[in-house]
Design a binder for this molecule. Structure first.
Ligand code: M6R
Length: 364
């Protein structure tokens, strides 16, 4: 039930602290708890030399973020592809590949078909990161990591995405553990993960400010989302949310690609949303943002309050709490969910059931 909330989507956005708490519960006490993640198949992780992630839509964005983490923390090569492409092309399967599907519903036709086609002996196992434990995807995979987000009714995926990321981080740490990532580093990340529900709670308090900011987008026809590193997939997720429920055309670019084409689109009618945590890419991002400003583009920046970005003419800064690096993509997704929600409400669209879309895409 929606209870006090006007839409399921809003309820599900606000449920994220609790959903994340559930996803992490019993799994993060200590480094040793990571062994329990795949108790029946614990030794399988030792055989993993490569990861292939397959998913669609929002779940694909979670996979893209996991790739940054897997290569940086666990040192495992990783490829990520949308299921509808992967299943119809011939591809090489490196030896020792773990096949990972990510899906809220566990019934997405293309993702399931890709799983069912994994016949190569080079696969060491199939892991489903999924929110529905009775789903086909879970039944047909030998390893399962449930996201425990609870039922997601709104077509736009919100709490499923952030819990997928939390579950994927646990996979990264479990793999890192068998591949020599230092215990102390793992412990630090585990401790930081425990701050996640509280941090999301803080960001949810920005709802009123984000609603105000949303007014600027209502009459627009296009929006550009920019991010670097793990914030690039976060920008893609922000753009997907906006087009899906508000029907405003939105695109996401890695900020470094601006000069290679999209900068030509920037003018006063093209708002640019940037995700600017206080990470090692901040300085580079700032110079990309100046390029946008110089072309008259209106900037909306979700920035770490320590990043010293100021509101000025044409630049609106929304201050975010400082966030440990590994949690950045999870935390910065939330304001983008709220932004698209409020824009859609103001435009009067059917937020929970956008036109032409189904919650679960069970046919091709
Ligand atoms: O159930 P799944 O996670 O497999 O669904 C994948 C996509 O259909 C889904 O994420 C879709 O893109 C959402 N409507 C996005 O909000």
């Amino acid at each position: 039930e929606k209870g006090e909330y006007r839409h399921y989507m809003l309820k599900e956005i606000f449920e994220q602290p609790v959903a994340l708490q559930r996803t992490l519960e019993g799994r993060l006490g200590s480094v040793a708890d990571l062994d329990g993640l795949f108790s029946e198949n614990a030794d399988l992780l030792h055989k993993v030399r490569n990861i292939q992630i397959i998913a669609c839509g929002t779940s694909y964005h979670a996979g893209m973020i996991a790739r940054y983490w897997l290569e940086a923390l666990a040192g495992v090569p990783c490829q990520v592809e949308v299921a509808s492409e992967f299943r119809y092309r011939s591809h090489v399967v490196p030896e020792g590949t773990l096949f990972v599907t990510i899906s809220q519903s566990g019934e997405t036709a293309d993702t399931l078909a890709a799983l069912r086609a994994t016949s190569s002996p080079n696969y060491v196992g199939r892991l489903a990161v999924c929110n529905v434990d009775s789903s086909s995807l879970v039944r047909e995979s030998e390893l399962v990591l449930l996201t425990r987000a609870g039922p997601e009714i709104g077509v736009a995926s919100t709490k499923a995405f952030t819990t997928q990321l939390a579950a994927l981080m646990m996979l990264v740490l479990a793999l890192g553990r068998v591949r020599g990532l230092e215990q102390a580093r793992i412990q630090t990340v585990l401790d930081e993960m425990r701050q996640l529900p509280g941090l999301i709670q803080q960001v949810l308090q920005l709802d009123g400010d984000i609603e105000k900011l949303a007014e600027d987008f209502v009459e627009k026809h296009h929006t550009l989302f920019l991010g670097r590193g793990t914030q690039y997939p976060v920008a893609m997720e922000g753009a997907l949310k906006l087009k899906e429920i508000s029907y405003i055309h939105a695109e996401a670019y890695p900020a470094g690609e601006l000069k290679h084409g999209p900068l030509a689109l920037v003018d006063k009618d093209m708002p640019v949303v940037a995700v600017a945590p206080n990470d090692e890419l901040l300085e580079k991002l700032k110079s990309n943002l100046q390029e946008v400003r110089a072309r008259g583009g209106e900037l909306y920046i979700f920035a770490d309050r320590d990043a010293a970005l100021q509101n000025e003419d044409g630049v609106t800064v929304l201050n975010m709490p400082p966030v440990p690096e590994c949690l950045i993509p999870i935390v910065y997704t939330v304001p983008l969910q709220l932004l698209s929600y409020h824009v859609a409400v103001m435009r009067g669209t059917d937020v929970d059931q956008p036109r032409n879309l189904a919650k679960s895409v069970t046919v091709e």
